[in-house]
Design a protein around this ligand. Sequence first.
Ligand SMILES: Nc1ncnc2c1ncn2[C@@H]1O[C@H](COP(=O)(O)OP(=O)(O)OP(=O)(O)O)[C@@H](O)[C@H]1O
Ligand SMILES: [Mg+2]
Length: 244
Amino acid sequence: MLQIKALGKRYGDFAALAGVTLSVAPGEIVSLVGPSGCGKSTLLRIVAGLDRGFTGSVTLAGRPVTSPSPEVGVVFQEPRLMPWLTVAENIAFGVEGLAPSATKVADAARQVGLGDFLTAYPRQLSGGMAQRCAIARALMPKPGILLLDEPFSALDAFTRMNLQDLVLRLTQQDGVTLLLVTHDVDEALYLSDRVLVLGCAPSQVQEEVTVDLPHPRDRRDGRFAALRTRVLTTLIDLQTPTAS
Ligand SMILES: Nc1ncnc2c1ncn2[C@@H]1O[C@H](COP(=O)(O)OP(=O)(O)OP(=O)(O)O)[C@@H](O)[C@H]1O
Ligand SMILES: [Mg+2]
């Protein structure tokens, strides 16, 4: 689905990404974790077609990524809803060209638990509701891949767990590929088939952890705990300056 080869990105003299190579299979769920500033959002923006100033190659379903496309849904940390549009209008907003029917929009709202809030405005929503609206908007064009950049990090633990299950439910029924950036190791392990740990300077994949546990996963499971220890150990090692 997604192929990234030798991806490099510079901001002036600073190399934000230096030769990142990774691939994501159709329907796969892959999480990227790593220290702050190691280029995770930069990588996601490039895959979303929002940043064209890079070296290396990025292809989606065999086609080079050059601009945003309905094939790629994006959910950011903050919902980024249009404050002057209702929930229904925000959900329909992402679909270019043909406006989706009112029935389709109402269905999408119902699937994220906002069926009774079609005419509400973003200021009338809680943080979790607003993010559910953003998820419905991202999925409305039926993307093949959904990119999520710390989508639940501003939410409380219970809301976060509910939204993790919601995203799994909504995407797995259609086989949507997921690429998730998160600082929450449990979230990465709960959702993903693979967790990639990105290191800094140079930003490259330092470790790949396959999460071979059936869904629904139990965060209290011993195997889950062992994987958590493995990812955390890599992250702590990456942040500990090596003695020279
Ligand atoms: N527009 C920009 N101009 C200059 N430098 C930038 C720009 N955007 C990002 N950077 C730098 O590139 C590096 C990677 O930034 P990025 O936002 O991708 O990190 P991140 O891994 O997402 O961090 P975090 O986990 O804190 O969200 C950082 O050092 C950042 O300062
Ligand atoms: Mg970021």
